[in-house]
Design a protein around this ligand. Structure first.
Ligand code: ATP
Ligand code: MG
Length: 897
């Protein structure tokens, strides 16, 4: 049964049983504690924890998940993917244990002809929490699993909570016995590869007051409303239903593995058995490739781009690990262009947006592979040198600072350093590395930290919010009458803030825009009788709460005081211009470059904006002008700008550009310029008509990472000022050069060409002078114990080639009749060089150029060598040239004396 069919049957089964089908949330979810959605219940958390009222009593979904913790398991076990899909059915205060068990049993064991999965009941096992008698009884009563296949397990395996105070409860897991080829008999406690966990049923029935560890928590009370949360691994059940050994061999994954095997000429599975344990390393690598390619595809599809921190780093690591596994399998060419399309073809059945977005997705992935290939080329040499030095000095551990330098200077990821060092039999001082990384991070964050809301512990903010969320009036008004709800200094609540102090003010309502969506915070003042505060920054430390960082000019300000909050109106006009300008530029970019030029980040403040977007190459000057033109035409058309709230689905349908993070169920704000001309989800403040943006002028365009470009622009008066500055520069230049502006380019071009010619001429004359001096070298030969010796310092103008030519010329002129030695030093670009030649008669007397050069080079502070007849060396200290030649002469005398 195809994976797509398993998924379809799942949703159909639960829909028929009264569940609302909820689409998968994006992998990136608005949860500060999670890098990625890692379970089906994540989007429903607010319902389970009681923060929000669920819109349904029963729901079902197939949720995209990424578990970064499972990355090391990939390919080594048969059942762990970094990306996988979790089928879930959820009850919010509706059905409980009995029905959850009955639903699961029915779907798993109903025959395939009748729409179920048709699993053999005799192969199924169930586990229950150690004291959950009720669950054990329900399994025995409502299924055909005999008591010996219902196993009790402890907190570590069978108690679920979120790691924080909140709901918790026992769980029951369903295991499938894959048979004796896969491992030892005895149930899930004995062998988790043979007995594979396919489905976990969580029975939320308690409220936890304290959670210290997975198996150490305090239960406060029973939950008033009991919930069900279940998760079944779609890939795991697919591996069972498709009769394959592991989840890398199912229909959604295997084609990539097969392609990789074909590219590398490996025959997959030739050296491994059914169980993943003890697999041949090549098989593990092929599985890693297949898994990581798919995960990367899904991550980029949901808006992640490769980077050095957080989510971006996870993606970078997976892409690079896939590329490196291909290399270890013997394939050194770019691999992603052959592999990624295969994965997309398989996944588009369930996620059609992967096909429509593939242009953007593949550009990002391929650019990352290119970047990695360059890194590998430079970093590998450096790593190899570090490794051999370590080994030479008898060490077994690569120093932390070397790993850090590789990371910091050459972009070599630490896990790559670990892997490559390990291949060469070395370990790496991870602690040292981590310490250096931490120090660097601390330095970088110190500034940012000082800025953001004084970094009060979130508990303080949550407590403040419990009194009510801030009424956010930035879209409606510039001045609000408000009451001070709370005051915070250095993360602590206080009763008052005095003149000269800095702290955060929480108001019941505010006209101030808090920094978000790329728009920076408003400036302005907060006043009251005898109180004057300057607003320095405005942030949203927790959802729903707005904190104003203020400096008290007159005061003190006391908690509970009535105040007037006023945004600086001039400032706000410019801020609106900049934010609307950002949308205009974004729309213009997509109009000129095509829809794949999607924004990945932005920043705007009065007078200035910048926008990062997915694009693989630099924009030509013509393209930049065209974008500017499209943008300014839209400004001139005076298009109306409007904002409206609507459900996400409706916004998507209208083609609004959603940049991720939004979930179903929420209403979203859509900002339009000229109707469909520009339509984006946005919480920012905007002008009323596009003409109010004023002028827009692009000032720069650059690359800020693989597949991501950045444009910068000035807006409104600042655009005019920028153009005025450029005009002034042109005026100044015409004055200096003495031509009309239109002739500047040509004239300066001609001047530069003449300058180049003159430099070339100078170089030619210089060479001539050097060689002329060389012509007479042989005339100045000295007699050293019967050897004719020429020693000459050609000076700092002579390069290595010049010196060599002089030496050969002089030796030839001296002839073969009697022994002769020529030694010349030079030093173009400050790098000393020495070349020495001998003739046959000299060599017959035991004089060797190679030996002499070593003596000279040593004096110059370097090294060198060569053959008996001619040799070359270098050094560092140009001023020692004369000394070096003397040393050579002295040695010749010694040899013949
Ligand atoms: P395991 O112990 O096998 O790692 P788990 O206890 O971490 O599993 P849960 O957190 O209970 O799994 O997740 C619910 C279901 O999701 C599991 O029963 C399994 O079918 C599936 N699942 C979990 N992790 C993965 C993964 N890395 N790849 C594929 N499926 C997974
Ligand atoms: Mg797990």
């Amino acid at each position: 049964m195809e994976t797509a069919e398993i998924r379809r049957r799942w949703l159909a089964f639960f829909e028929k049983n009264g569940h609302t089908v909820v689409p998968s949330a994006p992998l990136i979810h608005d949860d500060p504690n999670l890098l990625f959605v890692n379970a089906g219940m994540v989007p429903f958390k607010p319902y389970f924890s009681g923060q929000e009222t669920p819109p349904w009593e029963r729901a079902t979904s197939v949720q995209k998940c990424v578990r970064t913790g499972d990355i090391e398991e990939v390919g080594k076990t048969s059942r762990h993917g970094t990306f996988f899909q979790m089928n879930g059915n959820f009850s919010f205060g509706d059905y409980f244990k009995k029905d959850a068990i009955r639903f699961a049993w029915q779907l798993l064991t109903t025959s395939q002809e009748e729409g179920g999965y048709g699993l053999d009941p005799d192969r199924l096992w169930a586990t229950v929490y150690e004291d959950d008698d009720e669950a054990e009884r329900l399994w025995a009563e409502h299924t055909s699993i005999p008591l010996e296949r219902i196993v009790r397990r402890g907190k570590l395996d069978n108690y679920w909570h979120m790691g924080v105070p909140g709901p918790g409860g026992p769980c029951s897991e369903i295991f499938y016995d894959r048979g004796e080829e896969y491992g030892t008999e005895g149930g899930p406690a004995v062998d988790e590869d043979r007995y594979m966990e396919i489905w976990n049923l969580v029975f939320m029935q308690e409220e936890l007051s304290q959670v210290r560890a997975k198996d150490d928590f305090d239960i406060e009370a029973p939950l008033p409303a009991q919930n069900i949360d279940t998760g079944m691994g779609l890939e795991r059940i697919a591996s069972v239903l498709q009769g394959v050994d592991n989840l890398y061999e199912i229909d959604e994954v295997y084609p990539v593995l097969a392609k990789a095997a074909e590219m590398t000429g490996k025959s997959y599975g030739a050296h491994s058995g059914h169980s993943a344990e003890g697999s041949h390393p090549d098989d593990v690598r092929l599985r890693v490739v297949a898994d990581h390619i798919r995960s990367s595809l899904m991550l980029i599809g949901d808006g992640v781009t490769p980077g050095n921190e957080g989510r971006g780093y996870v993606l970078r690591r997976m892409l690079r690990r896939a590329v490196r596994s291909m290399r270890l399998l013997g394939f050194e060419e770019p691999a992603l262009p052959q592999l990624l399309p295969v994965s997309m073809e398989r996944m588009k059945k369930s996620y059609p947006e992967l096909e429509t977005g593939f242009d953007r997705i593949s550009k990002i992935a391929y650019a990352e592979e290119e970047a990695f290939r360059r890194t590998l080329a430079s970093g590998t040499t450096i790593l190899d040198t570090a490794v051999s030095r370590t080994k030479e000095s008898g060490g077994t551990t690569l120093a932390g600072d070397q790993a850090f330098q590789l990371h910091d200077t050459y972009g070599f990821p630490i896990d790559l350093t670990l892997e490559m060092a390990e291949e060469q039999g070395l370990s790496v001082d991870r602690e040292g590395f981590t310490r250096l990384m931490q120090e660097q991070r601390n330095r970088a964050k110190a500034d940012a930290k000082a800025k953001k809301s004084g970094h009060a512990n979130t508990e303080v903010w949550k407590e403040l919010r419990s009194a009510g969320e801030t009424d956010f009036r930035a879209w409606q008004e510039l001045t609000s009458e408000a009451t001070v709800v709370g005051l915070v200094i250095d993360g602590q609540r206080v009763e008052e803030i005095e003149p000269g102090q800095r702290g955060q003010v929480i108001l019941d309502r505010t006209p101030f825009y808090a920094e978000s969506g790329g728009q920076i915070a408003d400036e302005g003042i907060i006043t009251a009788d005898g109180v004057h505060l300057k607003v320095m920054d405005v942030q949203r430390p927790v959802k729903g709460l707005i904190a104003h960082t203020v400096e008290v000019v007159h005061g003190p300000l006391r908690a509970g005081a009535p105040v007037l909050a006023e945004v600086d109106a001039e400032w706000r006009i410019s801020a609106c211009q900049a934010h609307s300008g950002t949308h205009v530029i974004h729309a213009a970019l997509r109009q000129v470059l095509g829809p794949s030029a999607l924004q990945s980040g932005s920043y705007n403040k009065p007078g200035y904006l910048r926008l990062d977007f997915a694009w693989g190459q630099a924009l030509s000057p013509e393209t930049r002008s065209e974008i500017e033109e499209v943008a300014n035409l839209a400004v001139r058309k005076d298009l109306p700008v409007s904002a409206a709230w609507m459900p996400l689905a409706q916004a998507r349908e209208a083609g609004a550009l959603a940049l991720f993070g939004e979930t179903y169920g929420e209403d979203v704000r859509v900002v339009e310029i000229g109707g469909a001309w520009s339509r984006e989800l946005c919480g920012g403040t905007h002008v009323g008509h596009s003409s109010q943006v004023g002028a827009l002028t692009l000032t720069g365009e650059s690359s800020i990472g693989s597949g991501v470009r950045r444009v910068e622009a000035f807006v409104g008066m600042d655009a005019l000022r920028h153009l005025a500055r450029e005009r002034a520069i042109v005026a100044e230049l015409t004055g200096i050069v003495g031509v009309q502006p239109g002739e500047l380019t040509e004239r300066i071009g001609a001047m530069l060409a003449r300058l180049k010619d003159a430099e070339r001429e100078l170089e030619r004359t210089r060479k001539q002078a050097v060689l002329a001096a060389a012509g007479s070298l042989s005339d100045h030969a000295k007699d050293v114990g019967g050897v004719r010796f020429v020693g000459h310092d050609a000076g700092g103008e002579a390069g290595a080639d010049d010196v060599r030519a002089m030496v050969l010329d002089a030796r030839q002129k001296l002839g073969d009749a009697s022994p002769s030695v020529v030694a010349v030093t030079g030093g173009a670009k400050g790098r000393p060089v020495v070349v020495i030649a001998t003739n046959q008669a000299a060599r017959d007397r035991g004089i060797k150029a190679g030996e002499l050069v070593r003596i000279a080079a040593q004096t110059l502070g370097g090294g060198g060598g060569g053959k008996d007849d001619i040799a070359q060396g270098g050094g560092q200290d140009l001023s020692k040239s004369g000394e070096a030649i003397n040393a050579v002469e002295w040695r010749v005398g010694e040899l013949v004396g």
